[in-house]
Design a binder for this molecule. Structure first.
Ligand code: XIL
Length: 373
């Protein structure tokens, strides 16, 4: 081979290396493209204050077809006081999604935590709280009607024993249904359905992913609601994983029994926290990155194996913005598929491989998220 030809080949190789990828025609290149192919939603929680950060916005639009506000549709943001509704940040989430052809999940309308102080400290009567919650659900769901396709109507209403948690909405003092079990959940679902009959309505929780007393209680609730025609469309499994050893077959069995009832399952808040050094933020063991990738891979595979598991969402996408470090006082972190500089971690590659491992149905790809149970 002449020097001239060698130089030309070397130049070609440099171009390919500089691009970072070799584009193979017909092969999906991003997580979003793989998920579109499978007709499944791939989502992330978002902080709209970061949309203007170039790497944040471009990565989000490239890798996901679903977003959910991490905080800005909660009472604490939307209700600065009793008389006002502030939809500014929620509207920014909807606008970003519209600009990038993404769907939006809403989070959350009824939760015993992260409520504004004016609400918690006012000592309202059950009748007043009932009116307040009815008004809140109606105004918020109507405001986002046609823009938010699925709502986490209720969040974390059960404890780990499958008993209802004490909360301002249930029994402290509650909306007038204290002691009547899941009736207050039913009431909230009915109000949400009246405000937007087209929105999918979810009950969202943690620690009920595998078979256990809590997921038994959720299963019984869904079964009862379906039998009586209470509007529930799905269960959100938060999937915050703190110990690297989830019982994957038990989670699979739980997804199977729930979807068999005719509801969808969305994985809503997945992250996989790794032990970190409190002062430096560095990982305690770089081997944990491979273990983390395996956990993401296994949970995604379990979801994709069930027709009724229609969305897989992580709680943020870059380690730059994650609630884990502050929640664990710095002792855990690095929980998301991209690192703090938006570089792919083994977990990102594991997810992409898992989503790629199946048929690409171009018909569903044109309408991501339309895969129904
Ligand atoms: C967390 C957010 O990530 C934090 O930014 C905020 O300070 C507290 O709430 N389960 C949920 C989410 O349903 O709303 C929580 O989000 C994480 C646990």
């Amino acid at each position: 081979m002449s020097i001239d030809v060698l130089q030309r080949w070397a130049g070609f190789a440099v171009v390919i290396l500089a691009l970072g990828v070799v584009v193979v025609p017909g092969q999906a290149q991003t997580l979003r493209q793989e998920a579109d192919c499978r007709g499944v939603l791939i989502g992330s929680a978002v902080r709209p204050a970061q949309f203007s950060e170039l790497a944040y916005g471009t990565t989000l639009a490239r890798e996901f077809n679903l977003i959910q506000p991490e905080d800005v549709m909660k009472w604490s943001v939307i209700r600065p006081d009793r008389a006002s509704f502030d939809f500014t940040a929620g509207d920014a989430v909807v606008a970003f999604a519209a600009a990038h052809q993404m769907k939006v999940r809403g989070h959350t309308l009824v939760w015993g935590r992260h409520n504004p102080l004016w609400l918690e400290n006012a000592h309202y009567t059950p009748a007043e709280l009932s009116d307040l919650l009815h008004e809140h659900i109606t105004r918020v769901v109507q405001h986002f009607r046609g823009k938010v396709f699925a709502w986490d109507v209720l969040n974390e209403a059960f404890d780990e024993n499958g008993k209802l948690r004490d909360s301002i909405w249930y029994d402290q003092p509650g909306i007038g249904l204290a002691g009547k079990g899941i009736t207050y959940i039913e009431q909230a679902l009915r109000w949400a359905h009246a405000a937007d009959p087209d929105a999918l309505l979810f009950y969202n929780d943690a620690e009920g992913e595998a078979l256990n007393p809590k997921s038994d209680a959720l299963y019984a609730m869904v079964k009862d609601f379906k039998r009586r025609g209470v509007p529930i469309d799905g269960i959100g499994m938060q999937m915050h994983i703190f110990d690297l050893h989830p019982d994957v077959s038990s989670i699979a069995a739980n997804i199977a029994r729930l979807t068999a009832l005719g509801v969808q399952v969305h994985i809503t808040e997945m992250d996989v926290a790794l032990p970190t050094d409190r002062d430096t933020g560095n990982l305690r063991s770089s081997e944990d990155l491979a273990k983390q990738a395996d956990v993401y891979r296994e949970i995604a595979a379990v979801c994709l194996a069930r027709h009724g598991c229609t969305a897989f969402q992580t709680w943020g996408f870059s380690d730059k913005y994650s609630w884990i470090r502050s929640f664990f006082g710095g002792n855990k972190g690095a929980a998301l598929p991209l690192d703090e500089k938006y570089n792919a971690k083994p977990a990102y590659r594991a997810l992409k491989e898992t989503f790629a491992n199946g048929p690409c149905d171009r018909l569903t790809a044109s309408k991501p998220g339309t895969r129904q149970p």
